[in-house]
Structure formats: structure tokens, C-alpha cells
Design a protein around this ligand. Structure first.
Ligand SMILES: Nc1ncnc2c1ncn2[C@@H]1O[C@H](COP(=O)(O)OP(=O)(O)OP(=O)(O)O)[C@@H](O)[C@H]1O
Length: 126
């Protein structure tokens, strides 16, 4: 069943994102963290390039969460009993989210760590 037009395509993709937000607790956490990090970056006055890197990092984590959700649905659709291969697929897929989230923390600290420290020292000093 092909999408008839771009708007339909966009609506279906939005439904996919919404489904993941509603169903997956981790997506809610990632989304909240993403908003927090981007607002913090604006508050700290990061450069345009730094902000772009943070946006890319956040997008990668959220996209892996979307793909992980799709993988879980595919696996559950194919097997509804315990299977070692199903476990590997789900664990590897979750691993992709974990790796991206881990490195996103490092990127966030590298870009904002010193700026945040300076702000906090400045704030405490007043
Ligand atoms: N059919 C299955 N066969 C074997 N192991 C399974 C199966 N379904 C789930 N698991 C195991 O349970 C874990 C959690 O699977 P579940 O489908 O509940 O995902 P989830 O709790 O939404 O995970 P995530 O936190 O990554 O979003 C998987 O990572 C896997 O180790």
C-alpha cells in the first residue's frame, strides 16, 4: 500500500514517532533529555556549529530509539515465544540506542561542560 502523496507520507511518519513516544518509556526520557540539553545549550550560548552538533547528536539517539522500536515490533510480529535469536536481535538493537546515548553524553560534556562550570562558579560567586 503506497502513500498517495507527500502529506500522507508525512502523516504516517508522524504517527510512527507518536507511537514510539506513547509506547516507549525510554523514548519519553530521551525526548525530555533532548529538550533539556538543547535549552541548556541556548542558555549557555554555544556557537552555531556546537548547537548543530548537539542537534545531530540528539537526532541520532532519537532515530536509534525509533529503529529499536520498529525492530521490537518486527520481532514480536514474527515470534511470540522466547527465542535466543529474537533475544539477540532485540539486545543488539537496544545496544545501538545505548551506544549512541553513551557517546551523546560525552559530546554534551565536551561542548557544554566548561561553559556550565563557568556559569555555576559565576552564579555561586554572586
Ligand atoms: N521473543 C523473545 N525471545 C527472547 N528474548 C526476548 C524476547 N522478547 C524480548 N526478549 C528479551 O527481553 C528484552 C526486552 O524486550 P522488550 O520487547 O520488552 O523490549 P523493551 O522492554 O521495550 O526494551 P527497550 O528497553 O530496549 O525498549 C529484550 O532486550 C530481550 O533480551
Amino acid at each position: 500500500m503506497k502513500n498517495k502523496n507527500l502529506i500522507e507520507s508525512f502523516l504516517n511518519a508522524s504517527r510512527g514517532v507518536l507511537y514510539t513516544i506513547v509506547k516507549e518509556r525510554n523514548m519519553k526520557i530521551h525526548l525530555a533529555m533532548s529538550f533539556f540539553v538543547l535549552l541548556l545549550a541556548i542558555w549557555l550560548g554555544v556557537s552555531k556549529v556546537e548547537f548543530a552538533i548537539l542537534c545531530l547528536t540528539v537526532a541520532i539517539v532519537l532515530c536509534f530509539e525509533l529503529i529499536n522500536t520498529a525492530m521490537e515490533v518486527v520481532v514480536d510480529f514474527i515470534v511470540d515465544v522466547y527465542h535466543p535469536k529474537a533475544k539477540i536481535i532485540k539486545d543488539v538493537s537496544a545496544g545501538a540506542v545505548f551506544v549512541s546515548a553513551f557517546f551523546s553524553i560525552i559530546i554534551g560534556v565536551v561542548i557544554m561542560g566548561d561553559k556550565l562550570m563557568l556559569r555555576l562558579i559565576d552564579y555561586i560567586g554572586k
